[in-house]
Design a protein around this ligand. Structure first.
Ligand code: AMP
Length: 214
């Protein structure tokens, strides 16, 4: 019986938060809430917020707190978050964590997926994804069966994220250590943090994640 339903994936870029959040979201039938995905969508639709956010994203910087807090409030505020959710990539700052609490959404478990900086650079350097269904691959470590073709939906033409360029990856890592890593101790002190070794296969990490929320 899975008891914990208000969940969050914490960890540096490339830790596997998105992959694990998707798997868990299917397993528990609760929504996967990724602020990165929502910002990329706003960007594709060229809304004023999306265009503004895109400037920060390309520079490897965090989008201002009030913007992402607004997005999460629209998505989970009021009764919408009542039946559970998996947050992926939010909160990323102390102010965001406090805003989440202020919405009445205390987390049951924070899954802290740990990988080294070297591993992050190695992984993100070759990361490509399907623009149609979102499936993620790695050019060397996890290529699709047929080159440039999505295993999941058959779409031809995998794409590299704009912010997965080496210089931007390093900026994002720096931001992670400065702004987001302090949340590890913040949630540990609340007694909800679970450390998970992310430098293993997707299946092994998934088993630990399932264990942590059971
Ligand atoms: P992600 O897909 O989670 O790696 O997010 C991609 C980019 O979107 C980040 O590098 C940030 O520029 C922006 N972003 C996503 N979530 C947040 C957040 N919670 N706070 C600030 N910026 C965010």
């Amino acid at each position: 019986m899975m008891a914990k339903k208000r969940l969050m994936m914490l960890g540096p870029p490339g830790a596997g938060k998105g992959t694990q959040a998707k798997l868990l979201s299917e397993r528990l039938s609760i929504p996967h809430v990724s602020t990165g995905d929502m910002l990329r969508e706003a960007r594709r639709e060229a809304t004023p917020m999306g265009v503004e956010a895109g400037r920060y994203m390309d520079a490897g910087q965090l989008v201002p707190d009030e913007v992402v807090i607004g997005i999460v409030r629209d998505c989970l505020g009021g009764e919408k978050g009542a039946n559970g959710f998996i947050l992926d990539g939010f909160p990323r700052t102390r102010a965001q964590a406090e805003a989440l609490s202020a919405m009445g959404l205390e987390l049951d478990a924070v899954l802290n997926i740990r990988v080294s900086d070297e591993e992050v650079v190695r992984r993100l350097g070759g990361r490509v994804s399907c623009p149609v269904c979102g499936a993620v691959y790695h050019e060397i470590f996890n290529p699709p069966t047929v080159a440039n073709t999505c295993d999941a939906c058959g779409h031809v033409g995998l794409v590299k994220r704009d912010d997965d360029q080496e210089a931007t990856i390093l900026k994002r890592l720096e931001g992670y250590w400065k702004q987001t890593d302090p949340l590890v101790e913040f949630y540990r002190s609340k007694g909800v943090l679970v450390d998970i070794d992310g430098a293993r296969s997707t299946g092994e990490v998934e088993a630990s994640v399932v264990d942590a929320v059971s």
